[in-house]
Each structure stands twice: as C-alpha cells, then as structure tokens.
Design a protein around this ligand. Structure first.
Ligand code: PEP
Length: 251
C-alpha cells in the first residue's frame, strides 16, 4: 500500500552537462518501472536543466537542501519556492553531511521541513546515528530525538508529504551497509514513534527509506523488510545503469 521511493543523491558531483547526460541516460532505463517513485537530486546549478529533461517522465527532481525563509537578506541561501520554480517536487533535508559539516540541528531541520511543506514540496527528512552512538547503545534514543524534533509541529496532513530517510552515518559512502535486520529494527521503531506522535494511520502511510551504501546487489534484501519503503542512494546513483538497477529491483 506504500509506494516505494528510490531517490538518488548526487551530492557535490556533476557539472550541468554531466547531470543532464545522466538524467537523459536514466530516463529510458527506468521508463518501464511501475509502482515505484523515482527521484534524483542534482546540485542547485543543475536543477532547472535536469527538471526540464525529466519533465513528462517518471523521474522527479529534488534539491539537496533549502533555507526556511521565502526571501530576504540571506546571501547564499535558496528558498523552497525557488526550488519549486526550478522544477523540484522534493527536497532532501538534514542529510548527515549537512549535520556534520554545516551545523544543521534538529531545529534547523524542523524549520526547513515546515518551509518546504508550506511551499508544496515533499520533504525527505534524514536521520541517522554515528558509529560511536551505535556502539554506545543509544541508536534508538538518537533517532527518536531526531524524528521527534525534526517533525515537531507538523500536522497529519503535512506528514503525508514527508518521507523519512534512515541513514546510519557509519554506512554512508563507506561500503558498509546496515544488515537487513539492523535497518528493519530502526525503521520499525521510527514507524512506532510516528504512530505515537501522529496516529497509526499516518504511521502506516509514511514512507521510510534506508540509505547507506545501497547497491544493486543489496537492495532486494533491504526491500523485503516490512518497514523499508525505498532507498536514498548516494554513490550508486551517479551511474545510470547502477541507479536504474536499484530502481528496477523488483523486475
Ligand atoms: C547518501 O548520500 O545519502 C548515501 C546514502 O550515500 P551512499 O549510498 O554513497 O552511501
């Protein structure tokens, strides 16, 4: 009943020319994919061109971040409504690289999520524990706080346009993937918490993606887990064939 989502985070890779080539190569490879939503997240400068090429296909476009103000004296920032204007339907918020290198907190994640939703975007809100936190046995507490504070004050209606991505920091770009069971138990805990906060039907409808070294050869196992509803893919989304193989995991 929950449509899976496969999202590719292109991070700080690809010129406009490379990004437009990648989406052009990707489109025919995923044209036959049904029952799955496909999203790609290029750098800001390539968004509008990639969105133009993706228009009319089953590939949707996300930004990798946004600010929470609509306009003003905020040099360097990009407002959610400008992302919509550029052709985005989604925005990634609170990726661990932004938390780690750019000082993002659960409060800024919350501000950004609210602003993105108000602008009509779907917010892909990322959460995840570090290796030290996992080893200290505080994974569930860390994730619980990130979910609770990141989504604080949202309405049940707004939650319908939220996708949560569970990305253990130790699995991002490292080649280490959480086992299917490790991922599933965290996803189940997120869904249970969403049930407490927003009600059981909102929880049943929420898509929760797994991210962290997802590749064509491990996506199937992850996708068989009851509470895993898709993937947020970094490295393997930079090559059309490997991203398409992940999208087509069920074929
Ligand atoms: C990511 O960037 O969100 C990610 C999960 O990267 P990778 O797939 O390379 O681990």
């Amino acid at each position: 009943m929950r449509t899976p989502v496969i999202a590719g985070n292109w991070k700080l890779f690809k010129t406009i020319g490379e990004a437009t080539s990648l989406v052009s190569e990707l489109k025919p490879l995923v044209a036959g994919a049904t029952g799955v939503e496909i999203v790609v997240a290029p750098v800001f400068t390539a968004l509008s061109r990639v969105a133009d090429i993706a228009a009319g296909s089953n590939v949707q476009v996300a930004a990798q971040d946004c600010f929470w103000k609509e306009e003003g004296a905020y040099t360097g920032e990009v407002a959610p409504k400008l992302l919509k204007d550029a052709g985005c339907s989604h925005v990634i918020i609170g990726h661990s690289e932004r938390r780690q290198f750019f000082g993002e907190t659960d409060q800024t994640v919350n501000n950004k999520a609210k602003a993105a939703l108000d602008a009509g975007l779907t917010a892909i809100v990322c959460v995840g524990e570090t290796l030290a936190e996992r080893e200290a046995g505080v994974t569930f507490a860390v994730i619980g706080k990130q979910v609770k504070e990141g989504l604080a004050g949202l309405s049940v209606d707004n939650l319908a346009r939220v996708i949560v991505a569970y990305e253990p920091v130790w699995a991002i770009g490292t080649g280490k993937t959480a086992s299917d069971e490790q991922a599933q138990e965290v996803h189940a805990s997120i869904r249970a918490l969403i049930g407490e906060l927003f009600g059981t039907s909102a929880a049943a409808e929420l898509r929760i993606l797994y991210g962290g070294s997802v590749k064509p050869d491990n996506v199937k196992g992850l996708m068989t887990q009851a509470d895993i509803d898709g993937a947020l893919v970094g490295g393997a989304s930079l090559v059309a064939e490997s991203f398409a193989a992940i999208v087509n995991y069920g074929a």
